[in-house]
Design a binder for this molecule. Sequence first.
Ligand code: XUL
Length: 585
Amino acid sequence: MNNSTEQQFFYLGFDLSTQQLKCIAINEQLSIVHTEFVKFDQELPKYGTTNGVYVNGDEVDSPVAMWLEALDLVLKKFKMNGFPLNQVQSISGSCHQHGSVYWSQEAESLLANLNNDQRQLVEQLGKAAFSRQNAPNWQDHSTSKQCKEMEGVVGGSYQMSRITGSKAHLRFTGPQILKIVEEEPETYHATSSISLISNFLSSLLCGKLIPLDEADVCGMNLYDISKRKFYQPLVDLVNEKNADSNDDITEKLLGNPVSCKEPKKLSNICQYFQDKYGFNANCSIFPFTGDNLATICSLPLQKDDILLSLGTSTTVLLVTDQYKPSPNYHLFIHPTIPNMYMAMICYSNGSLARESIRKELSNSNDWVDFNNALDDTNIDISDELGIYFPLGEIVPNAPSNTIKRVKFDPKTGNILQYLTRFDNVKHDVKNIVESQALSCRIRISRLLTPSKPSSTSNTEDNILLSFDADREVVLSEYFYGRPNRVFFVGGASQNDSIVKTFSEVLGARNGNYRLDIPNSCALGGCFKAIWSEKTLIDNNTPSFDQFLQETFNKDELHEVPSVQSEQWAQYSKKIVAMSQLEQQI
Ligand code: XUL
């Protein structure tokens, strides 16, 4: 140990993603002091995974044993590189969402008896601790039948989203478990407990089975978010399908999840990790959560703040206190701020769609021509709208190669004409970025704190829209909400013109920022670990968002230049047209 690390306290954040296990250590100032990772395909080749998974038709899963090996390996790297694990005060982390691990009847005693007898985790738990050796992965899409069965019980997609925060999704854990009940009854019967990946990892560190995390449980389609308990008719469905035994799914899920209302220490790190890696016996383990949920913990995000990832796909994460579910997005309980939720919208089309227009515009490999067109105020698209989905889209649900261009009446928003081309590809440049941003704005606006309509917005309260397939929403609900701040991350967040357009359409009141957070999931785990530990020691520790606000290094945030957020009102005119266009898909 060198002088600089002497007497200091550290906090670890794990990130078990599909392709690697990463672990980061931070100090009291929230600075990263050490990082280690294990890449599954490259460093554990004997499992023969590709990008961390096995793909078999529409089934996608990962070997649980590989994750056990990765946990030992990543900690071994910390130790070999001389990191003082005995100075780690607390640990939390994140894992990819929706995957499920099936523990055997022996799991509990095997976990309780883990010891440093030279054998690795994989040798001590091995096959015996699991009734199913592979964990279904979020990329699995083999559960259409189960999604239909589950939505049949609750009365459709809107009802499902109202109760569980999301409509039924193929990757969600409820449909995945139901499929195992139906297709692998022996496996299900041999299963003592089922965990998400998040409480699988915390169970290993605690040496005992840990219940689900209440934020991550919202990715299962089983939890009634308003009532904060499993939704009985869905529980009954799973139990009834398993007619051969009296197994109760809620018992297998280890009862009530661990509440996120206040930090809850799960236990100290178990003896195995103390003996093998030198962890302090008092090192606390706090609940692990899902990767997207940890991402919002990596920044001082407050109510109405948005984290917008402009990557190959587009992902919107929003902190909200409005529980207004819709089949268009997901709502999860916030992992660290009581009475808040995280909304998530996942689009499949992002940078690839923009790139295809860029290629139509010019042969150049850079974005100069594209950006010049986007910034050109002489190109008027105020009565035009275009949507561009070269890939099949999630919201709105659309097959691949859905591309539509229209002219509409700017006074009413009514579509006047469908076009095969605009006069010039430059119009497509402006339309693609604008419509991508507008789609985000429309879908988040009902979740933002409602405010008075701006004087320029021409609201027609009696016009009804139906973005939400099962019910209609008053148009004005889409006009009033404006984000507090928008934080842009991902590849295109470096493009001034794209980010400026998104910022103007979204109309944040208190600034638009961009930043680089390559370690967001693991960092979210670190921040949760340090804040939880401090709150338990000192009751006066500020709330999670205040704590980060005070401690976060502001130098990492870069303000987006020259945004005119008052442009926001003019885009309201396009909302009716967008609604009509989407309904034609
Ligand atoms: C979210 C989702 C993915 C996984 C893997 O619903 O399926 O983001 O969490 O990252």
